[in-house]
Ligand binder design. Structure first.
Ligand code: C2E
Ligand code: CA
Ligand code: CA
Ligand code: CA
Length: 278
């Protein structure tokens, strides 16, 4: 057993080295990206199921890497969290999203994802207040999305911040609902405005699993608690039809619109407006 252990050890050292080195270079890369402004926001439409109209967009972060090309958030946000860089990045995201929303019709909302680190460090309430003031948008148009990760730690302090945010007039959404261990109990600890049902339930809708019953139950629950529900990851017409039947307020997914650059998102809104003389 001892020899075996040594063998494993020898085997894993170079691998570990490589991983730590690439992690370190990712961190240096990230710091440079912040300075050089290599981030870009994409916007994915949210569609109201009652009339099929766009009700808002979710702001999704992208990294335009000079040599790697477009990098998706799952590849760099965990590192940005670890080294605290998600705080200044998140501040930039909020300002970008609110400024763009200021150019849209006033009934169109903008959703922004928040990281746990933004609740721990930095002055989130002031950051949001500033983004709202600079852009001049109505606070109710800004929807802040949080996952269980935010509620897992420092719960009292987190709840205080959430209440302060709510007092500014912004809406708060529980993201990726149903994926964690305690989704239900969090609904009791804070009055969310919106529940976003995780895309895994939509994906399993027709697989004969419990997904359909769960979507149905969560939609009813939301209605009873005065919260709207959004189904994420709608990729087909059949999924959309079923989701509409279940009474979800809103849908999001490739079938109704992919994440797109700011110019395309704004153009989509303009095209959707009735044109004069047509
Ligand atoms: P999320 O908040 O759950 O965002 C939805 C993700 O699902 C997005 O991935 C979106 O592109 C993807 N998606 C949308 N519709 C579909 C669909 O029909 N099918 C499939 N398979 N996927 C779909 P994305 O942009 O890669 O973002 C991943 C995660 O990164 C987000 O998950 C969010 O947790 C995080 N994130 C993105 N932007 C930010 C940000 O600005 N700040 C923070 N803190 N996190 C962010
Ligand atoms: Ca989200
Ligand atoms: Ca989500
Ligand atoms: Ca997610």
């Amino acid at each position: 057993a001892k020899a075996e252990g040594r063998g494993n050890h020898r085997f894993f050292v170079p691998e570990m080295d490589r991983r730590m080195q690439s992690r370190r270079s990712l961190e240096l890369d990230l710091r440079r990206a912040v300075v050089d402004g290599e981030f870009e926001m994409y916007y994915q439409p949210l569609v109201d199921t009652s009339d099929g109209q766009i009700s808002g967009f979710e702001a999704l972060l992208r990294w335009n890497h000079p040599s790697e090309g477009l990098i998706l958030p799952d590849q760099f946000i965990p590192s940005a969290e670890d080294i605290g860089l998600i705080v200044p990045i998140g501040e930039w995201v909020l300002r970008q999203a609110c400024s763009l929303a200021a150019t849209w019709p006033t009934h169109i909302g903008v959703s922004v994802n928040l990281s746990p680190a933004q609740f721990r460090t930095g002055d989130l309430v002031r950051t949001v207040t500033t983004a709202l003031a600079v852009s001049g948008i109505e606070p109710s148009r800004l929807h802040l999305e949080i996952t269980e990760g935010v509620l897992l730690e420092h719960t009292d302090e987190t709840l205080k911040i959430l209440h302060s945010l709510r007092n500014l007039g912004v809406r708060i959404a529980m993201d990726d609902f149903g994926t964690g261990y305690s989704s239900l109990s969090y609904l009791r600890s804070f009055p969310f405005d919106k529940i976003k049902i995780d895309q895994s339930f939509v994906q399993d809708l027709f697989s004969g699993s419990e997904a359909l019953s769960i979507i149905r139950a969560v939609t009813d629950l939301g209605r009873n608690l005065g919260m709207t529900t959004t189904a994420e990851g709608v990729e087909t017409a059949a999924q959309l039809e079923q989701i509409q039947k279940e009474g979800c307020s809103e849908v999001q997914g490739y079938y109704v619109g992919r994440p797109m650059c700011a110019v395309s998102a704004t153009r989509l809104l303009t095209e959707a407006l009735p044109r004069d003389g047509v």
